[in-house]
Design a protein around this ligand. Structure first.
Ligand SMILES: Nc1ncnc2c1ncn2[C@@H]1O[C@H](COP(=O)(O)OP(=O)(O)OP(=O)(O)O)[C@@H](O)[C@H]1O
Ligand SMILES: [Mg+2]
Length: 218
């Protein structure tokens, strides 16, 4: 489902990723961990196609991102949900509108958009905040809106960048349970996180990055 071959990414003199080789199968649940600056966000962005590698190949569902056309990339994005580390919620839109937009941009019918948006916000326990604006929410609530927005389109692949960075222990557990449920439905899930408690004892595959290299796989 996701294949990376000899992937390098530089930002000028900064080398963010060096020679990453990785294969994530359909339906896998994988954690990517490592210290700040290790390259976790960069790796997810490359998989999402929002950043291009300096060299190397990325295959998503056997499609090579180096050769993909703009319209095919858009089509692929419909199948990939991304929870951004900094949420990227639109402040002038309500919680409901933020989540609904994910479906509107891919041309879904209004009744379907409404139904799925309610459903997704219920899943993250934010049904009562639908009409609120993001800036009136706590960090944890904003994070859950970002998760609702990523899962509303029933993605084949869910990429989540520090999805529990702003949550207390209880909510972290809830979100993790939610990811497990999504995974159970067949979604491939890749979570980048510092939080050890999220994956310790989980038995999930864990990839450890350090200075842009995979240094360990558990
Ligand atoms: N747009 C950019 N321009 C320049 N350097 C960048 C850019 N994005 C990332 N980097 C550099 O690439 C390296 C990896 O960054 P990245 O954000 O992927 O790390 P991370 O593991 O997600 O860190 P954190 O845990 O703090 O989120 C860092 O040295 C960072 O400074
Ligand atoms: Mg990061």
């Amino acid at each position: 489902m996701i294949q990376l071959f000899h992937l390098f990414k530089d930002f000028g003199p900064n080398v963010a990723l060096r020679d990453i080789n990785l294969r994530i199968l359909k339906g896998e649940f994988v954690f990517v961990t490592g210290p700040s600056g290790a390259g976790k966000t960069t790796l997810l962005r490359l998989i999402f196609g929002s950043e291009r590698p300096t060299s190397g190949q990325i295959l998503i569902n056997a499609i090579n991102l180096n050769r993909i056309s703009r319209s095919n990339l858009d089509r692929l994005r419909r199948k990939v949900g991304f929870v951004f580390q900094d949420f990227k919620l639109l402040p002038q839109k309500t919680v409901f509108e933020n989540v609904a937009l994910s479906l509107e941009v891919i041309g879904e019918r209004r009744s379907f958009v409404r139904k799925k948006t309610h459903q997704s916000l219920r899943l993250v326990n934010l049904a009562e905040k639908e009409q609120a604006y993001p800036l009136s929410l706590s960090g944890g609530e904003q994070q859950r809106v970002a998760i609702a927005r990523a899962i509303v389109k029933d993605p084949l692949i869910l990429l989540a960048d520090e999805p529990t960075g702003n949550l207390d222990a209880d909510l972290t557990k809830d979100i993790f349970t939610l990811f497990r449920d999504i995974h159970q439905k067949g979604t491939t899930v890749v979570v980048a996180t510092h939080s050890q408690e999220l994956f310790e004892d989980s038995g999930q595959r864990t990839i450890v990055l350090k200075q842009g290299k995979i240094v360990e796989e558990k």
